[in-house]
Design a protein around this ligand. Structure first.
Ligand SMILES: [Zn+2]
Length: 113
């Protein structure tokens, strides 16, 4: 059974993937970038766009978004904290900041799995 990565490459390019200048470090073949991911049509073992969408989606997209939102929120909280004079409210702001930092840490470490 022979795989046909060329077909996938053509489909990907049609979907907006770009061809990278650097060859694949593993097999020396072509490397594509799609939705922020570098994909080697040979090594990835992916044979269809559908498979790719499934692999490319869940983790990175969602966690990146959550990290972005959490970081923005954290920045807002830090600003609030710097001008807050009520100690009780300051404590609440700092509590929430700590929670956000935990979330960011968790999301970032799960991305590297
Ligand atoms: Zn490769």
């Amino acid at each position: 059974m022979e795989r046909k990565p060329q077909k996938l490459v053509v489909e990907l390019m049609r979907k907006g993937a770009t061809l990278l200048k650097e060859p694949c470090p593993k097999c020396g073949g072509i490397l594509l970038r799609y939705k922020g991911r570098e994909i080697c049509p040979v090594d990835s073992g992916i044979t269809s766009i559908e498979e790719l969408e499934e692999v490319a989606k869940p983790k990175e997209d969602v966690s990146d978004e959550v990290i972005d939102i959490s970081r923005n929120k954290l920045r807002q909280l830090i600003k609030m904290a710097s001008s807050e004079t009520d100690l009780e409210r300051l404590r609440l702001i700092l509590d929430n900041s700590m929670k956000l930092i935990e979330i960011i840490k968790e999301m970032e470490s799960s991305k590297n799995d």
